[in-house]
Every structure is written in C-alpha cells, then in structure tokens.
Design a protein around this ligand. Structure first.
Ligand code: SDX
Length: 392
C-alpha cells in the first residue's frame, strides 16, 4: 500500500520493479504521469514540460523550465563524425535501424567521459538523449531520401526545431503550419511514457547490468520497433491501406477473428488496457480536429472509424476486451502531418526517449536495484549422457 493505491500482493510479487513515474489502471482506462492525468497534460502541457515532469517528478516552475529548455537546446548538435556513420548505411535502410545504431554509437562519443556515479552527469546523459534523438531521427530520414542533413536551429522550440530538421530544404524557407507542431507535440506527450511496456522494461533490464544510458536507450529503440509494440502505428496504416475502403471492413474483421489467417487488427488490443486506451480516445478526437484544421480529407479515416465500429460491436473483440490502442489513429495524423510512414515508429521512439531516460535515472538511485534475471519454465530434455558421434 503506497498510501495512494493498494495492490493485491499477487500483483506486487509479479511486478518487475517499483516505479513512481507512471500509473496505469488497465480496467478503468486510467493513465497518470507522476500523478497527473494524461487528459490534463494533453490539454495543458507541452512535450518538453512533460519530459521535465517524468524525469524530476514535479512540474517545473517557469525558471526551472527555462533552464531545462536551455540545457536541452544546447545539446542538440550531433558529433560531426556521426555523418560518416549514417553514410555507411544502405540508402534505403529503415530509419529505425539508423536511429538504433546512431543512438548506440553515442556511447562512443559521450559515454567515456560519463561518471555514472555522479548524479549531475547521469542527468546530463538524459538531457543529451532528449536533445539529440530528434537530430539523429531527422538525419536518418534525410539520409534515406538523399537530402543534406539540417543542423538544429537553437532559436526554435523543440518540436518546431525537429520539423525544420526534417523538412527544411536549402532552396526555400520552410512554411510551417502551427497546427502541425502543436499536433506533433501532443502526440509526443501521449507517447512519452507508459509504465513497464516492452521497450521500457528492456531499457531497465539493460540498465540493471550497469550498461551506459545510450546503450540502454538503443536497446529500447530496438524493442519498440516490433509490430506488436511501437511498430504497430506503421502497421496500422499499411493495414488500412490494404483494406482500402469501408466496404472491405466486414471481411477484415472476419479475417482478424480467424486464427489461421495470421491477420490481426493492428492498433487493437493491449497487454494492460482491457478498456479503451485513454490515449486512443484523445488521439481519435484529435484526428478529426487536425484533419479539419489542415483541410485534409483522408479516406483512410473513414475506414478506421468503420473498422473500430465493426470491431467494438463484435462479440469476438468484446469478449476479449480488445479496444483501439494508442497506435490505431496516430498513423492517420502522422500522415496528415506529412510524416513519412517509415518514420512513424521513429516518432514513437523520439517521444518515448523521455520516459526511457526517466526510468533509467530512477533505476540508478533505487537501493533495491539488482541485475535483472528473469527465470523460465524448463521444457527441454531431462538429464542424459553424451553419446560419441559414431554411436549415434
Ligand atoms: C503498444 O505495453 C504497452 O504499454 C505498449 C504501448 C506503450 O505505450 O508502450 O501501449 C504501445 O505497443 C500498443 C500495442 C500495439 N500493438 C498492436 O496494436 C498490435 C496488435 N495487437 C496485438 O498484437 C495484441 O493485442 C497485443 C500484442 C497488443 C497484446 O497482446 P496480448 O494482450 O498478449 O493479447 P493476446 O495475444 O493474449 O490475445 C488475447 C486474445 C487472443 O485470442 P484467444 O487466444 O484468446 O482466442 O485476443 C486476440 C488473440 O488472438 N487478439 C487479437 C488482437 N489482439 C489480441 N485478435 C485480433 N486482433 C488483435 N489485434
């Protein structure tokens, strides 16, 4: 009993760690970052303020936020040698492969000077990751389309700076609709943290060995890439494009119920939420607003709405408590913001970096922290003697 929430002993015994960062009630569809409801943060905060909250546990004063913003702004550059690293990838490498590799390589550029015993240096590593991941992410994208890398402009706000690095071209000034940066900032808030999801648990497992924070976050990026996790947002759009029109929704739902089809409704279901994912609710409303403000009429939105409607009244999904999750609508918004499909999961990784570094920092000061060592149920052969090859 933490004085806030009481857990049944069974739950605590299976928990992988204790954490004060994010609370989820999967049955009630509740998500709190450091006690603040996601709905309030989505409506009133900014991604960088949420990053501060996740790391420090409290909302910043104006002075604290100014200093945090300044710190992040002045660590956005990537080492120039990283350009050669990125140039070593095939031109059509998936940006997640390039992001995973380049974040891991930060160990070589910044970790050697890091004294992990010093809280100030651990915090600096966290700031560096929040600051540099957008630079690396945009560099990966521009490399994949053969454009020159754009350097971070420190006079811009965090998300606007990222959009400039993504889309600015030398030949003409970038005209950015403020709706785009606001929508992306909100999506980053919604993706910033989510308790012990697969990628965050990966970061903590790697962190439990004493590995450096850059290697930990690179491992988190690798885990997030999978289509069952962060890769689902890219898979949802591909699924909606494959379904094509609302007329094909019924057959898609039928296929998703057929175990032999190998087809699942991407963006549906969740390990924890057995109710609506509160983030999906916010993104669903946001989709209509953003597409309306941008004047985008995307037929895939109608397919998504019809698919959700059909699934939510189908016993197969109702009985299994399968609801839309954070990934179901986000791809439609990313598409409207002209984020390329192959960059959808990179958007997720950029936002989740705030949660990953918050968990890594929390782990470093946990007195009960031990090396992660999951056990197994052994299903192999019982003990037996070696047989010489000529006797087999
Ligand atoms: C994220 O953990 C987190 O917090 C993750 C995340 C975060 O912020 O970090 O929230 C982000 O990863 C969201 C999830 C994104 N993934 C997808 O949308 C991929 C599609 N969803 C499924 O693969 C699945 O729902 C999972 C992986 C998300 C959850 O898997 P579970 O809880 O292990 O569900 P399950 O595999 O045990 O399925 C239970 C039943 C099974 O049927 P039965 O064996 O009971 O007959 O539901 C079925 C499954 O076949 N099922 C689905 C389904 N998801 C589960 N059937 C059709 N379509 C689906 N999407």
């Amino acid at each position: 009993d933490t004085g806030y929430f009481t857990f049944d002993p069974g739950f605590v015994s299976t928990a992988s760690c204790r954490s004060a960062i994010t609370y989820i009630d999967g049955d009630a569809g509740v998500l709190l970052y450091r006690g603040y409801p996601i709905e309030q943060l989505a409506a009133k905060s900014s991604f960088l303020e949420v990053a501060y909250l996740l790391i420090n546990g409290e909302l910043p004063t104006a002075k604290e936020f100014e200093s945090f913003t300044d710190e992040v702004t002045h660590h956005t550059m990537m080492h120039e040698a990283l350009k050669s690293f990125l140039n070593g990838f095939r031109h059509d490498a998936h940006p997640m492969a390039m992001l995973c590799g380049s974040v891991a390589s930060l160990s070589a550029f910044y970790h050697d000077s890091l004294d992990m015993a010093d809280p100030a240096q651990r915090r600096l590593a966290a700031i560096r990751l929040i600051a540099k991941v957008p630079t690396l992410a945009s560099a990966a994208y521009r490399y994949s389309i053969g454009w020159p890398i754009r350097y971070p402009r420190n006079n811009l706000e965090y998300v606007t700076r990222f959009l400039h690095m993504m889309f600015e071209v030398p030949s003409e000034p970038l005209e950015l609709n403020p709706v785009v940066a606001k929508a992306l900032d909100l999506l980053f808030i919604l993706h910033a943290d989510h308790e012990q999801n697969a990628s965050t648990s990966t970061v903590r497992l790697v962190g439990s060995t004493g590995a450096n924070p850059y290697a930990c976050v690179a491992a988190g990026i690798a885990a997030l890439w999978g289509p069952a996790h962060g890769g689902a947002n890219e898979a949802v759009l591909e699924m909606l494009q494959e379904i094509g029109t609302a007329n094909n929704v019924e057959s898609a739902v039928a296929r998703a119920k057929d175990k032999n089809s190998g087809f699942r409704l991407m963006g549906f279901g969740h390990r924890v939420y057995k109710n609506f994912d509160p983030r999906a609710k916010i993104i669903r409303e946001m989709t209509h607003k953003v597409l309306g403000e941008l004047g985008v009429d995307d037929p895939l939105l109608e397919v998504a709405l019809k698919l959700e409607e059909a699934a939510l009244k189908d016993d197969y999904f109702v009985q299994r408590k399968l609801y839309p999750n954070v990934d179901f609508y986000s791809g439609i918004i990313y598409k409207a913001l002209k984020i390329p499909t192959e960059m959808f999961t990179v958007m997720f990784a950029l936002a989740r970096t705030a949660g990953w570094v918050a968990h890594w920092l929390e782990q470093q000061v946990d007195p009960d922290q031990k090396i992660g060592r999951p056990r197994q149920v052994y299903t192999g052969a019982t003990e037996r003697d070696y047989v010489a090859m000529d006797k087999r």
